[in-house]
Design a protein around this ligand. Structure first.
Ligand SMILES: O=C(O)CCC(=O)C(=O)O
Length: 253
């Protein structure tokens, strides 16, 4: 049975994004929220996962956690079974394979992301689809995602940051969401977000998949990413948390 309507498929083909309002029920959301807080606590305890910190509103804050799926059964279940996998299966036309997972916390003052396509950061496979699972409301003030319509290929960029002329030539749409919504987007869909200018956190879990027939690269992706970040020459003014040099948060000294 098809999960998505003809109109949803049409909208996906045109824009490279789909929004599902209140797709997760409150019991599921409570479990995910608790799990995300456990992962956040690991960052302060030298626990499992890959964690990145930024200077936000004058003090060090956790900016991102990654590579936690093997260590958290509730998140593993969410990422590998049920609604999200089913939506991805229908969009890919075959079962999805998990490529990577992350939580962007965007606590008050937390940095935004310059316009980019995820495709320039995701090695080993040409095409991915990601799902944003908001854990808090994301508004224009708190740094929601902004998209323009999908592109068929990589657009002009430097280290993943799309050129400002190209950005200025497009129309960008803010996607404001609540906890419980899902935003599905293609790895060629250009997007950006602003700094969180509110007093509330804007946490979001992002989970990325590729087609099963393209192979399972999750372990290799994290091995490669840890090696690249360890050798990245970031200078003192930029913080590198992605293989794209797109994060606008400030480094902790
Ligand atoms: O969470 C955000 O504000 C933007 C996320 C994003 O574009 C990314 O992590 O690549």
């Amino acid at each position: 049975m098809r999960l998505l309507s003809a109109a949803q498929h049409e909208s996906w083909e045109a824009s490279g994004r789909l929004i599902f309002r209140q797709a997760l029920d409150s019991a599921r959301l409570t479990d995910i929220d608790r799990a995300a807080r456990e992962v956040e606590a690991w960052s302060a305890q030298d626990g499992p996962g890959l964690h990145h910190f930024e200077l936000a509103n004058g003090s060090p804050k956790i900016a991102r956690s990654e590579d936690f799926e093997p260590h958290h059964p509730i998140l593993r279940d969410l990422l590998r079974h049920g609604l999200i996998s089913e939506i991805l299966g229908e969009l890919f036309g075959e079962p999805p394979t998990l490529f990577k997972e992350k939580i962007n916390y965007k606590h008050p003052g937390g940095g935004g992301f310059a316009p980019h396509q995820d495709a320039t950061a995701y090695r080993f496979v040409d095409h991915h689809i990601s799902v944003m699972v908001p854990l808090d409301a994301a508004t224009q003030a708190s740094g929601c995602l902004w998209f323009c319509d999908r592109e068929p290929s990589i657009v002009p960029n430097v280290d993943g940051r799309i050129s400002s002329d190209w950005v200025a030539s497009k129309t960008w749409t803010p996607i404001e969401v609540e906890a419980g919504d899902l935003v599905v987007f293609d790895s060629y869909a250009p997007h950006y977000s602003e700094t969180n200018a509110t007093q509330h956190s804007r946490r979001a879990l992002y989970v990325t998949y590729n087609r099963q027939s393209d192979g399972d690269f999750r372990e290799r992706y994290y091995r490669d990413k840890r090696a690249v970040l360890a050798s990245a020459d970031t200078g003192s003014h930029r913080l590198r948390i992605s293989l794209n040099d797109d994060f606008l948060g400030r480094p902790v000294n």
